[in-house]
Design a protein around this ligand. Structure first.
Ligand SMILES: [Zn+2]
Length: 422
């Protein structure tokens, strides 16, 4: 006896749809067409990535990035109904973002859906026809509280103004979570490869998880199973992209060990805290600040690789030194870095940003990627020396010697990190 679930799964594997088209609505049961970079949301068309009605799908992949696997587990475990549709009552953005002219340039934004937070207002007719259109961006507000910011207040570098910074040291922000939505021809162009080659490698390296990458060349949009990003905005978000309000910005790539746990082998959390301080300072001067937090753990190599590299660095006979810092990563991972900043500027295009007045970063990769995308950068702000933990001197000296901003290509200064058991 085959259960109903098994029979519907068998139908799926046999190439049939797992649910019939929404027949009563009649007129538009097919997948909405997509024209990336079109002048309006209506002409662009909605992203439909759910499995509720497979006939409506117009993309490869599904919502929630890597978390889609947990959704599958929840359905398999019987705790989530297969056909659940979210009730989006009162989930609309807390603040208005866009539309900005960059949204209608198919070359400027290729890795997120600029209309992803506005699905309710952008596609009412499709929603009325029963299409399951889900937000890929959520915009909300928060208060953040960090010991470093309290320290900056105590040191007199930031003041509690009762607006951006409260008397008890909380900082008011707008934040947005953004899931990746890749327009494959645009992503391929950013990396200077053919769309076909990109599709083939995505297909292979995900273990054939998405056959449509190679079978359905008519589907141009892919929701990849990776983490997205979060942005934190300081000051009035309504001023973003107005072309006149000065902007401070930190683009930060995730490092859980340092960012959350304060691990001292790298400068990640100090740089994040410094970037937030620069953003608050700019907001208090009437500007705005944006921190972009990309889920690209350990230079997008992941924590397992990162920790293997830590061991390799610390066990070298000559000690953990700047001269071999990048080499040890390359030995384990095959590359020094997989973050590839090519797609990073998209989020700033989404915010309408054309100029960053104070850029809190020493990375030439980030700087050059922004400039290549037509975003002007005024001042580059290096991390103050006093904020660098002793064990992280190896990293910072290696980066300076490799030509990061602030180093002027100088030879690495003498620095030896702790041994593994110290
Ligand atoms: Zn780190």
């Amino acid at each position: 006896m085959v259960s109903q679930t098994e029979s519907s799964l068998n139908a799926l594997f046999d190439g049939e749809t797992d649910s019939p088209p929404i027949a009563p609505l009649g007129t538009r049961v097919g997948a909405p067409s997509l024209r990336w970079g079109a002048p309006t949301a209506r002409e662009r068309g909605p992203i439909v990535a759910t499995h509720g009605n497979r006939g409506h799908r117009n993309v490869i992949g599904t919502h929630a990035g890597g978390y889609s696997v947990y959704r599958a587990l929840a359905i398999a475990a019987g705790s989530l109904p297969r056909g659940h549709r979210p009730d989006l009552t009162d989930t609309a953005p807390s603040d208005r973002i866009g539309p900005h002219p960059q949204w209608c340039d198919p070359a400027k934004i290729v890795s997120l859906d600029p209309w992803g937070h506005l699905v309710g207002e952008a596609f009412p007719d499709y929603l009325a026809l029963g299409h399951d259109i889900r937000p890929t961006i959520a915009v909300t507000r928060a208060h953040i509280d960090m010991p470093e910011i309290r320290g900056a207040i105590a040191a007199g570098r930031i003041r509690a103004d009762g607006d951006i910074v409260s008397a008890d040291g909380n900082v008011r922000v707008m934040k947005a979570a953004i899931d990746p939505v890749w327009y494959l021809p645009g992503v391929a162009a950013r990396f200077g490869v053919t769309e076909k080659a990109l599709r083939r490698d995505l297909h292979e390296q995900t273990g054939g998880m998405y056959p449509d990458l190679v079978k359905r060349e008519d589907l141009k949009v892919f929701l990849p199973p990776i983490g997205g990003m979060t942005i934190y905005v300081f000051g009035n978000p309504g001023k973003l992209g107005d072309g006149k309000t000065p902007l401070a910005c930190r683009v930060h790539d995730e490092c859980n060990g340092s960012d959350v746990f304060g691990s001292d082998i790298c400068t990640c959390r100090p740089y994040l805290a410094h970037g937030i301080e620069i953003c608050i300072e700019m907001a208090q001067q009437g500007g705005t600040g944006v921190v972009v937090y990309n889920r690209k753990e350990g230079r997008a190599l992941g924590e397992v690789t990162k920790f293997l590299v830590y061991n390799a660095r610390k066990r070298q006979a000559e000690g953990d030194r700047p001269e071999t810092y990048f080499k040890r990563t390359e030995c384990v991972a095959g590359v020094q870095d997989m973050r590839f900043q090519e797609l990073m500027p998209d989020v700033l295009h989404w915010l309408g940003v054309t100029r960053i007045d104070r850029f809190a970063s020493m990375s030439d990769m980030k700087h050059d990627a922004l400039v290549r995308q037509g975003i002007e950068i005024g001042e580059r702000v290096a991390i103050p020396d006093g904020m660098i933990p002793a064990d992280a001197r190896v990293e910072i000296e290696a980066k300076l010697a490799a030509g990061y901003y602030g180093g002027n290509g100088r030879a690495p200064a003498e620095a030896v990190g702790r041994k593994l058991d110290e």
